[in-house]
Write a protein that binds this ligand. Structure first.
Ligand SMILES: [Zn+2]
Length: 559
């Protein structure tokens, strides 16, 4: 993209040229021309998706001091003199994505990111490299594999990992976090043999001969807890890289889940680091230490638009990668197994009441239909007993479609949703393995809650982080195989764009400062390689983020 930088010198040159005009003409033009307002940045000649109330498309946006000054047609340029002027050359510019549910953290040196791994042999190659770097005896950890993405079409086994690094204990958590595959050395260190009974709430998978395969479900922490702590410095360095990477995806704001006061210390230090290029973050805390969280919230205040405290995170159930989502009907081919609540029902009800009464907004993880209905019933009772205007408590995930009565109740009590349509795409195999019929078809519903008057925002979680995958799946309802799930649950591209911008800002109480390009709002914007509104749905995931601006500063530009 060509950037026109109009320097003070060139403005001077224009003035000199103007002074060469005949005197009379110059006098006239001085009469009619108002003095131009000096601003930092003008982007013009674009297709600007403002995401304002009327979903206006504009040509030009004017930015000063990190905020949007004016959005309009090309003629508004005349009123301003900018130190930087960008010709968008017809490209699409829109608000940066506001991702209302993510899991970003610093990773240790021993960690391998597995979410793009497409075969077990590729996994083995990465393990060999890591084992060489770390040396024998050192733990190797990883996250993000999925048998649905592996060319071999099966889960990795401990023997697969042994073949790559027999002298390093290895634990690789599956995408979604509900199971892990570990190697033989890791099993030995955890004292797990073929005869070890399943831990409570978990499964040690075994083959037909009763031999442990290396996969442990739900209680894989019996191995994970043996991994030594990482240093603060390595986690800090990695957190900065991982947060910075979000800018390449067009994400300018996140709400990050399950944080502790100790995590906050690291984030605060990172956000104070001069020159760090990071998205704006809201941290969603676990309720482990209510006093410490309240102290942080009081200290953070309202002055900082980069790092704030969001709602409290509560887990009602598990997910479908385990699987442990709490469902009304049994899973497919698993006896009467229906998943389970993350804690006894009375405890969950008491927790929701306690956090609400303490004045907090909540983001409640609920995936199975039974978990969703229990949480909604509980919230309805809580909000009736102790009403609060504008509480904006929301359900996170909402992966199974609950009853119509539940959705009506959500609308009545203003219980919101942040939904991950990208799950329809990436978790297709998990849903098909555990659900069937209507409940499989209607996974991750968006149209039906909207039709019931429920407010829906959209977010990525970690499957994968990337708004364009979510928008693609929300409008096509397609899984990775191309299979379409309940096309009637599809939403329009415009609705999906709102879900990932203004609606996600709204569920964070940020709709007055972000989520759309309007005067007075933060100048968080992205330039796309194609027009997402008119793009063929099949090409949405191919759109590239060409530029990302935060507060009017260019923080990412595609190579
Ligand atoms: Zn999550």
């Amino acid at each position: 993209m060509r950037k026109l930088v109009i320097s003070v010198m060139s403005v001077f040159a224009i003035l000199v040229l103007a002074s060469c005009q005949p005197e009379q003409e110059q006098a006239q033009s001085e009469d009619v021309q108002e003095p131009r307002t000096v601003v930092d940045l003008i982007l013009s000649n674009g297709k600007i998706i403002t995401v304002d109330e009327a979903f206006t498309i504009a040509d030009t946006v004017v930015v000063n001091n990190g905020l949007i000054v004016e959005v309009g047609d090309a003629s508004i340029i005349e009123k301003y003199q900018a130190s930087t002027q960008v010709d968008l050359q017809g490209k699409t510019l829109m608000p940066g994505f506001v991702d209302s549910h993510t899991h970003i953290r610093g990773e240790p040196l021993r960690f391998i990111q597995l979410n793009k791994v497409e075969s077990i042999s590729e996994m083995q190659r990465l393990v060999r490299i890591k084992a060489d770097v770390l040396g024998p005896g050192e733990w190797i950890t990883g996250y993000g594999w999925s048998e649905d993405n592996l060319a071999e079409g099966r889960k990795p086994t401990r023997q697969d990992l042994d073949a790559a690094a027999p002298n390093n204990p290895i634990t690789f958590t599956r995408a979604g976090g509900h199971s892990a595959v570990v190697n033989t050395l890791a099993l030995q260190l955890a004292d797990i043999t073929d005869a070890t009974p399943d831990p409570e709430g978990g499964v040690i998978e075994r083959d037909e001969d009763g031999v442990a395969t290396g996969v442990i479900r739900e209680r894989h922490n019996i191995v994970g807890q043996l991994v030594p702590e990482s240093t603060y410095e390595e986690l800090f360095a990695s957190l900065e890289i991982n947060l910075n990477n979000l800018l390449t995806l067009g994400i300018t704001s996140i709400t990050d889940a399950s944080k502790t006061p100790e995590d906050y210390t690291m984030w605060e230090e990172l956000y104070a680091k001069p020159g760090a290029m990071l998205p704006r973050s809201k941290l969603q805390f676990q309720w482990d230490d209510p006093e410490a969280i309240a102290e942080i919230k009081a200290r953070v205040g309202d002055g900082n638009d980069y790092l704030k405290i969001g709602p409290i995170k509560i887990f009602a159930d598990g997910g479908f990668t385990g699987p442990a989502a709490f469902t009304k009907e049994p899973y497919v081919d698993q006896g009467d197994y229906r998943g389970y609540l993350n804690m006894p029902e009375e405890e969950l009800v008491a927790l929701i009441n306690e956090v609400h009464d303490a004045g907090w907004q909540m983001g409640i993880h609920a995936i199975g239909d039974a978990a969703i209905e229990l949480v909604v019933d509980t919230l309805a009772d809580t909000l009736t007993r102790n009403p609060r205007e504008d509480h904006r408590t929301y359900l996170n995930h909402f992966s199974m479609r609950p009853s119509d009565a539940t959705m009506d109740k959500m609308a009545e009590h203003n219980i919101l949703i942040t939904q991950q349509p990208n799950f329809t795409y990436t978790l297709e195999g998990r849903y098909a393995a555990n659900l069937d019929g209507w409940r499989l078809e209607h996974n991750n519903p968006i149209r039906s809650p909207m039709d019931h008057g429920v407010f829906v925002a959209i977010s990525s979680d970690i499957l994968p982080i990337g708004p364009l995958v979510g928008i693609y799946a929300a409008v096509t309802r397609k899984g990775m195989s191309g299979r379409v799930f309940a096309a009637e649950e599809a939403i329009t591209i415009e609705e999906a764009v709102k879900g990932y911008t203004i609606n996600s800002a709204y569920i964070n109480f940020d709709e007055n400062i972000k989520g759309s390009l309007e005067p007075g709002k933060l100048a968080d914007m992205i330039v796309l390689s194609a027009d997402i509104l008119t793009a063929d749905a099949e090409s949405i995931m191919d759109i590239e983020i060409e530029q990302t601006y935060i507060g009017g500063a260019l923080v990412y530009e595609a190579p």
